[in-house]
Every structure is written in structure tokens, then in C-alpha cells.
Design a protein around this ligand. Structure first.
Ligand SMILES: *[C@@H]1O[C@H](CO)[C@@H](O)[C@H](O)[C@H]1NC(C)=O
Ligand SMILES: *[C@@H]1O[C@H](CO)[C@@H](O)[C@H](O)[C@H]1NC(C)=O
Ligand SMILES: *[C@@H]1O[C@H](CO)[C@@H](O)[C@H](O)[C@H]1NC(C)=O
Ligand SMILES: *[C@@H]1O[C@H](CO)[C@@H](O)[C@H](O)[C@H]1NC(C)=O
Ligand SMILES: *[C@@H]1O[C@H](CO)[C@@H](O)[C@H](O)[C@H]1NC(C)=O
Length: 299
């Protein structure tokens, strides 16, 4: 609790210190007096970078200016946000590639390995339509551990091969396997195991990899065995919504904190296992349905 309070105090100081206002002809994306840019990333309301610029605390974006261009982190996490999609209720974030590396004798190399924990939690869930789970390696078994609703969920795939020559140029099961994931996953961890600690294939593949990635943005080829060694982050898509698992359009519309404004519609998240609702401009209207000004008609 003390930690949470001090973070809020820092945020209040930050908002008092900065008074940047942007005026543009396009419909406002952020609240009046609030910036809508972190570098070249647009941060539309309900997201915001200061306490009085966001709808709920889970829509806080930490825009860190210690990097050039600035980096947008989701809430208080180290997940980097690279796109916010208002209409779809989606977010593109960068996710760690899980890695388990071995030395020539089959000893596990702790310093070169990464055990990813994707600690997203509702109203954020992992998109099942935009992502796949991939495991890369020739002595590799990868397990996804996650929550779905209140239940624990486990899935995964494995890939065993003997030579680089047998590895295909697409993720088809030799050197790389991919699986669909169900909707509504959150709090996800990846566990990598091997059968012979990569000893028989070490000369061309000393590491196993496992990760969720946006479909189409990871293209497997035999060089992935080395490439993944360096690119530790890959894009993936998370779903977001307003509210929690008990919020539907029907119940939310009766409450004072209903988030859909003028000329917009409420839509329930259609996917099983997901939470809350989204707002969308009525046909013929455009803008930001979450903004107090609502959506505007064609001028
Ligand atoms: C944002 O900036 C980065 C680096 O400056 C650039 O690579 C990227 O293409 C830019 N994105 C857009 C949407 O302009
Ligand atoms: C924002 O991110 C930076 C860089 O990771 C971190 O140092 C800082 O504590 C974060 N701020 C908040 C409010 O989480
Ligand atoms: C194989 O790797 C596991 C960790 O993944 C380790 O506990 C075990 O000692 C290793 N076996 C050998 C023979 O080094
Ligand atoms: C998900 O992770 C968060 C952060 O570690 C934790 O507070 C929460 O209890 C976890 N939820 C479940 C269902 O394990
Ligand atoms: C992976 O990177 C490490 C250093 O980060 C390097 O020592 C190793 O040779 C690389 N492995 C491959 C297969 O490229």
C-alpha cells in the first residue's frame, strides 16, 4: 500500500510540473490539457500518461523519456507498448522470447537463459485470433502455463530433429512448431525443457526458444536458431476492455461510470473468457467514443 501511494504522489507531481497542451484539427484523442503522444505513438483516451488523463488506473501508460525516442510501458510493468487500437480493443506489445541455452557438455546456462512471465491480467488478455505460440529448437519441448477465467490452463508443443539440413524454411514441425491458443489467457509463463540438453545438436542449435508472437511477424527459417539469440523481444497482441468480468453493456449502461459517450454504441467483448465491453462510433460518425466529446458526424 505504501508503495502504491508513493507512486501516485510522483504522478501528481509530474502532472503539476508539466503543462503541455496540443491543439490539432483532428478530433481530440486525449483529454483537454493532456498529451496524446509518447514519441510517435498516439495514446488515445481511455489511456493516458498522467493520473488525471486516464479513465481507470489500468489504462496508465508510463512514457519514459530516458530513451530516445521515449518508451511507452504498460502500467507499472516492463512491457513496451508499440500500438494502441481503439476500435478493436487491442494493444500491440513487445514480449520476451523465452530462451534456455546449454553449453557443449549439456550444462544449463543460467546467464544466457530467460524464463518469460507475461503477467498481464484482466482487463488485459492475450489475443487468440492475432497470436500463435511458437517453440523453436531441435531438442525442445515448450509448455505454456496460464490462467483462463479462474482456471489454470496448460498447452504446448515439441520439436526434435537431428540435423540443420532437415529443418524446413517454415514453422511446420521440424525445428519449429506452432499452436493456436485459446481466448482469454492471462498471467502466462513459458517453460522450456529438452531431452538431451541439446548435446547431440549443440553445434547448430544450443538453445531452445518459446514465445507468443503476432502471427505474420515471426517468420521461421533455419537462421532463427541464431537470430533469436539476439532479438529478445517480439510483438504480440493483447485484448483490453472497459470493466471486469461482471460488466456487460446491459449492466454498465445503468451505471454512472459508463464509458461510451455521444454518438457511440456499446459492444460486449464477443470472445469467451474475456471481460468487459468496448465503445464504437455509430455508422457515419468518427472520433474517439471514450472521449467526453464523443464521436462527430461527417462535416
Ligand atoms: C516511430 O519511430 C520509430 C523510430 O523513431 C520508427 O522506426 C517508426 O517507424 C515510427 N513509427 C511510426 C508509426 O511513425
Ligand atoms: C516508468 O518506467 C521507468 C523505466 O522503466 C521506471 O524507471 C519508472 O519507475 C516507471 N514509472 C512508473 C510510475 O512506473
Ligand atoms: C540438463 O539440464 C538441466 C536443466 O535444464 C540440468 O538440471 C541438468 O543437470 C542438465 N544435465 C546435464 C547432464 O548437464
Ligand atoms: C496474476 O498475476 C498477478 C501479478 O503477479 C497476481 O497478483 C494475481 O494473483 C495472478 N492471478 C492469478 C489468478 O494467479
Ligand atoms: C548467442 O549469443 C552469444 C552471446 O550473446 C554467443 O556467445 C553465441 O555464440 C550465440 N549463439 C549463436 C548460435 O549464435
Amino acid at each position: 500500500m505504501a508503495l502504491r501511494l508513493s507512486v501516485v504522489a510522483v504522478l501528481l507531481l509530474l502532472s503539476a510540473a508539466s503543462t503541455t497542451t496540443t491543439t490539432t484539427a483532428a478530433p481530440a484523442q486525449a483529454l483537454t490539457g493532456c498529451s496524446d503522444k509518447c514519441g510517435n505513438l498516439t495514446i488515445p483516451y481511455p489511456f493516458g500518461m498522467k493520473t488525471d488523463c486516464l479513465l481507470r488506473k489500468e489504462f496508465f501508460i508510463n512514457c519514459s523519456h530516458t530513451t530516445q525516442p521515449p518508451t511507452a510501458y504498460l502500467m507499472y510493468s516492463d512491457l513496451i507498448v508499440t500500438n494502441i487500437y481503439l476500435d478493436e480493443g487491442e494493444l500491440q506489445i513487445l514480449n520476451d522470447v523465452g530462451r534456455a541455452c546449454y553449453d557443449e557438455e549439456g550444462g544449463y546456462q543460467t546467464d544466457r537463459s530467460i524464463k518469460p512471465q507475461l503477467l498481464l491480467q484482466p482487463p488485459y488478455t492475450i489475443s487468440n485470433t492475432k497470436n500463435k505460440f511458437y517453440a523453436v529448437g531441435c531438442d525442445t519441448s515448450a509448455i505454456v502455463n496460464a490462467f483462463r477465467g479462474k482456471e489454470e490452463f496448460i498447452t504446448g508443443c515439441m520439436s526434435i530433429c537431428n540435423s540443420l539440413g532437415s529443418v524446413e524454411k517454415s514453422c511446420s514441425g521440424v525445428g519449429c512448431c506452432q499452436i493456436n491458443i485459446p481466448s482469454g489467457l492471462y498471467n502466462l509463463t513459458v517453460e522450456l525443457n529438452s531431452f538431451k540438453n541439446h548435446t547431440r545438436i549443440w553445434n547448430f542449435n544450443p538453445c531452445s526458444y518459446g514465445f507468443i508472437a503476432e502471427e505474420g511477424l515471426f517468420n521461421f527459417s533455419p537462421s532463427s536458431f541464431e537470430d533469436l539469440n539476439y532479438s529478445a523481444l517480439l510483438p504480440m497482441v493483447a485484448n483490453w476492455a472497459i470493466g471486469n468480468e461482471i460488466d456487460t453493456c446491459e449492466t454498465a449502461q445503468k451505471r454512472l461510470d459508463y464509458a461510451c459517450n455521444a454518438n457511440s454504441n456499446c459492444v460486449n467483448r464477443p470472445i469467451d473468457g474475456s471481460v468487459g465491453y468496448l465503445c464504437q462510433c455509430l455508422p457515419g460518425y468518427e472520433g474517439n467514443p471514450y472521449h467526453p466529446d464523443g464521436c462527430q458526424g461527417d462535416l
